[in-house]
Write a new protein. Structure first.
Length: 575
């Protein structure tokens, strides 16, 4: 349904014309189009707060759920893959120092490819783009399953992360192309809420498989489940928000449209930064030539990339006009801090249960249920409420407050903490995360045209993945350095190196009974310090939440329905 803004505008809409048509001057009955425009330029030229409407009918009923259900399953598999069986893998390879890399390589590969993935969804079919990225994710899972060394596992995790780069933002892009704006918060909430079950089932399934079969099935399990999702997607019509040019037309100008030179500058800069954080204080001293060289290399590369990105303007890897909008950069930072705290918390909470409390891998997953179920309920509920009240910013503000308090309270956990403590603290943190996770994505979709939504979502997801990779590396440094400091303090006669090498759950085998209490306390306090980092990151979401805007999406939908001759009450009924 065309909006009233479009019906009076002399500029052709993105939904009716391909890029080739937009780049050919045409004569209007009112005024000629002044100059050729590309898809990105046309979309960026539209004022913020006035997104285009697509001309086709929105998906409803069985057609909608045939698209939505496999997206939820894929989202579930991605989050399942994030937290599965990590403590047990460190024992198998005797590789506790690599514990940060198992997730950091995954997150970094996903982060650096996010901008390119957004460009893919701008120019190519949503359906085939999503399926292609999913195939890459499945290949990475296969490599992890057959890994014969810690390094091979890290490579497999990086390949899976490359596939993930186009899955989460792809799912959000497909949802935005399938339903009108006022329905998206509820669907995003359902998708992210149920997908978060992967965070609790990761340790649970991973623990069960590790105990009764082998940790390799933690990755093999993605293959049959992914095959089911892929089969549904292959036979389902997945909509695009606007008509896209033929693939061969895009491929002829691939280098220019995807800014490969900018990517070649950007990716190494991020890798050097991650290496510096991963190795600092652990493999090399912070003042070593290696660390200084990595930080200098990052700074030099990123400065050159920023200059190139500015020169390329809207043809850049990250378009300047889009990234400069308050809603976009605020939403990116909110999601970045939120996702980094989420990944760290989901990563280290099982380590706390398995090390300080002596829980089995299976039970450590069960103990995470309060956090995940609270997040699930609030993600669905807050999505519904946004559709009813129309405002999303208050939910993001409340989210930051609840998360900061919840994570801070988790930082007080000790080996003898009661079940009431860790259950209650997790619920507070989960409530906050559930309220806020989808709000930045709703904000950018509410203020951009359809052709810019994939790029904006990719920028938000890029920030989330990048911050996750950087702060996971920082958390690994905090955790490992804290262990090396606290174990000699609380267990002076314990063999520090043997404990570190033994892994997060295997250290009990190398610790004498009279030293165990001190080592457990050192582990608990080390995890607590990581939780303080989570609290700080959650608190940083608060100031940037105010930049998401105060546009009432319910009122906007009512205006569009009124312009189309439909009763305003229909909007609320549909929610």
């Amino acid at each position: 349904m065309a909006s009233s803004d479009q019906s009076t505008s002399p500029r052709p809409s993105l939904e009716k014309h391909t890029e080739a048509e937009l780049s050919t001057p045409t004569v209007s009955d009112v005024n000629p189009v002044p100059e050729p425009v590309t898809v990105e330029e046309a979309a960026l030229s539209k004022p913020e707060g006035k997104p285009d409407e697509k001309q086709e009918e929105w998906l409803t009923g069985i057609k909608l759920w045939a698209v939505f259900s496999p997206l939820v399953l894929v989202f579930f598999l991605v989050l399942l893959d994030t937290t599965i069986a990590i403590p047990s893998i460190t024992n198998h390879f005797n590789s506790l120092p690599d514990i940060g890399w198992y997730s950091a390589s995954y997150q970094l590969a996903s982060a650096v490819l996010q901008p390119l993935a957004g460009k893919v969804y701008v120019h190519f079919s949503n359906k085939w783009s999503f399926i292609s990225f999913f195939a890459l994710f499945e290949l990475g899972s296969l490599l992890c399953g057959v890994a014969t060394s810690s390094k091979m596992l890290i490579v497999g995790r990086a390949v899976a992360g490359m596939g993930t780069a186009g899955l989460q933002n792809g799912a959000m892009t497909i949802i935005s192309a399938s339903v009108p704006l006022h329905k998206r918060p509820a669907l995003l909430g359902i998708c992210q809420g149920f997908a978060q079950l992967g965070l609790v089932f990761g340790p649970l399934i991973g623990g069960a498989l590790t105990q009764y079969t082998t940790w390799r099935w933690c990755f093999y399990i993605n293959l049959p489940a992914g095959g089911l999702a892929a089969a549904i997607l292959l036979v389902t019509r997945i909509p695009d928000a606007y008509t896209k040019p033929p693939p061969m037309e895009i491929l002829r100008n691939f280098h220019r449209k995807f800014d490969l030179f900018g990517f070649a500058l950007f990716a190494p800069a991020m890798v050097m930064l991650l290496l510096a954080l991963q190795w600092g204080g652990n493999v090399y001293p912070w003042k070593s030539a290696t660390e200084i060289g990595l930080f200098c290399g990052f700074a030099g590369n990123i400065l050159v990339w920023l200059g190139w990105n500015w020169w390329k303007k809207d043809d850049a890897l990250i378009p300047v006009s889009m990234a400069g909008r308050t809603t976009v950069w605020s939403g990116s930072l909110v999601l970045g801090f939120l996702m980094s705290s989420l990944y760290i918390f989901a990563y280290y909470l099982p380590i706390y249960f398995q090390s300080a409390d002596g829980a089995s891998p299976t039970m450590s997953g069960v103990y995470m249920l309060p956090n995940i179920l609270a997040a699930l309920v609030l993600a669905v509920l807050s999505g519904k409420l946004v559709g009813v009240v129309g405002y999303y910013t208050p939910f993001s503000i409340a989210s930051a407050i609840f998360m900061a308090v919840g994570y801070g309270l988790c930082g007080t956990l000790a080996p003898k903490s009661s079940a009431g403590d860790w259950i209650g603290f997790q619920i507070i943190a989960g409530v906050g995360r559930g309220m806020g996770m989808q709000m930045p994505l709703v904000a950018v979709q509410n203020n951009l045209s359809p052709a810019m939504i994939p790029l904006a979502i990719s920028l938000c997801m890029f920030t989330g993945m990048l911050f996750g990779a950087l702060f996971l590396s920082a958390s690994a440094t905090i955790f490992t350095n804290s262990l090396r400091t606290l174990i000699p303090e609380y267990a002076p006669t314990a063999d520090l190196e043997a404990i570190v090498v033994a892994g997060a759950t295997g250290f009990r085998k190398v610790v004498a009974p009279d030293e165990l209490a001190g080592v457990l306390l050192a582990y608990a306090k080390s995890v607590d310090r990581v939780f303080y980092l989570c609290a700080a990151l959650a608190a940083l979401c608060l100031p940037f939440s105010f930049g998401l805007g105060w546009t009432n999406i319910k009122a906007k939908a009512q205006k569009k329905n009124a312009a189309a001759g439909q009763p305003a009450e229909k909007v609320e009924a549909e929610v």
